[in-house]
Design a protein around this ligand. Structure first.
Ligand SMILES: [Zn+2]
Length: 218
């Protein structure tokens, strides 16, 4: 199968509470979705660019749902990028770990009946995680990024991006604030999806080599 490609169709300045970003809109050859990059500063031809690959979560990102940590991760990523004066947030339109908003809402109802987030997806006939990171890799290449420092707790994402040829020099954990509504969801991420999440974090850079060997917190 030939590699998917992306084309930047437009970019425009978006002023935020954290400063000015450029919003870049991409078309691609894999799907019909509006994948985006939110870029601060100069990242072309740069090494160790601070990067967040964020999968869309309407309920968390826009509505501020406390069922998950997505909105918080999005906000924290933009804050960290602004702190560095440069970086990229790639915004992938793969809602609900790739199953879409409707199925995610149905999965939430199953979770309210006692199923965890993995089993709820399986019951609906989906994989636990159907996300694809190939377009994120193509977008980083299009931006001219040479190597990155990735903000993530997800070892599968690190592996997927490396398989796509992205050089990841370090990982920065994005620790979640635990509340009564997201505690079960976060524990499932750690126990069943190998997320490198600690409830009491030390927010320091971790070499990707050791990140692969990290024991998930329990
Ligand atoms: Zn979410």
């Amino acid at each position: 199968m030939s590699k998917s490609t992306v084309s930047r169709l437009a970019s425009t300045r978006i002023p935020t509470a954290y400063g000015d970003f450029q919003l870049c809109y991409y078309s691609n050859t894999l799907d019909n979705k509006e994948h985006l990059a939110f870029v601060m500063g100069s990242v072309s031809d740069a090494d160790n660019v601070l990067v967040r690959i964020h999968s869309e979560c309407f309920t968390g990102d826009v509505l501020g749902s406390r069922r998950c940590d997505c909105g918080e991760q999005l906000d924290r990523s933009l804050q960290l990028i602004a702190g560095q004066g440069a970086g990229v947030l790639v915004y992938l339109r793969q809602e609900g770990r790739g199953i879409g908003l409707l199925q995610k809402m149905r999965a939430y109802n199953l979770q309210d009946q006692g199923y965890d987030t993995v089993d709820a997806n399986l019951l609906l006939g989906h994989g636990a995680d159907e996300r694809d990171y190939s377009l994120a890799a193509r977008i980083l290449e299009e931006l001219g990024v040479k190597s990155i420092r990735l903000m993530t707790n997800n070892p599968l994402k690190i592996q997927a991006l490396e398989n796509e040829g992205i050089r990841i020099n370090a990982r920065f954990p994005l620790e979640a604030t635990v509340n009564a509504d997201n505690e079960g969801y976060l524990l499932t991420k750690v126990r069943r999806m190998d997320h490198l999440l600690k409830i009491k974090p030390a927010a320091t850079w971790v070499s990707v080599r050791t990140a692969h060997d990290c024991e998930p917190a329990d």
